[in-house]
Design a protein around this ligand. Structure first.
Ligand SMILES: CC(C)(COP(=O)(O)OP(=O)(O)OC[C@H]1O[C@@H](n2cnc3c(N)ncnc32)[C@H](O)[C@@H]1OP(=O)(O)O)[C@@H](O)C(=O)NCCC(=O)NCCS
Length: 153
């Protein structure tokens, strides 16, 4: 979260980390927003960098997100940080708008991994080295944390 000097919320990034069927430990940026009056000062960039650092520290292989194809500010921000356009998702949003999936590879070779077959219980087979437990009811790894950042001026 980004707070102003009076501790009012002016920006937020929401992210999570989970195992993906492709065999990667995947970070996901679910939300990024900065209050209109505080935009253009690098706050979102700082929040995204913090989210990337936090997920990289927890050994993420890659980080993905979706953003509308028309969201120039968001595309510029993420692409400046090294995110690549991996897919165009036609009419992805409920309002019918199309999205780009963006991906940032944190480890060599991550981009070449392909989805693996799940077993009958919906788990990845043990040979992939994933813990059979350790996920909460939302599918997130147990013990995942809400990340809070420093105050910004
Ligand atoms: C996208 C958003 C989070 C950016 O927040 P911010 O704090 O203004 O972002 P930053 O200041 O860190 O950087 C934004 C970059 O986009 C650029 N930018 C901002 N508005 C722009 C616009 N309308 N057109 C083109 N570029 C724009 C800035 O110049 C900056 O790039 P630069 O550093 O190369 O100059 C903010 O606009 C927002 O909350 N939008 C609504 C929610 C949203 O779209 N979230 C993203 C969903 S994936």
């Amino acid at each position: 979260m980004a707070l102003d000097p009076s501790s009012n919320l002016i920006g937020v990034v929401v992210c999570k980390l989970e195992y993906h069927r492709s065999g990667t430990f995947r970070g996901y940026i679910a939300m990024l927003a900065v209050q209109e009056t505080h935009r253009g000062k690098g706050i979102a960039t700082q929040l995204v960098c913090m989210a990337i650092d936090a997920m990289a520290e927890r050994d993420a292989d890659e980080i993905v997100l979706e953003t509308e194809v028309t969201n120039t500010a968001s595309l510029k921000l993420y692409e400046r940080l090294g995110f690549l356009r991996s897919k165009r998702l036609h009419r992805y949003y409920l309002n019918g708008n199309t999205a780009f999936r963006l991906v940032l590879y944190l480890k060599l070779g991550t981009g070449t991994k392909r989805p693996q077959q799940l077993d009958d219980s919906g788990e990845l087979p043990a040979q992939y080295g994933y813990p059979a437990t350790g996920f909460d009811e939302t599918g997130m790894r147990e013990g995942h944390q809400i990340l809070e950042g420093p105050q910004v001026p």
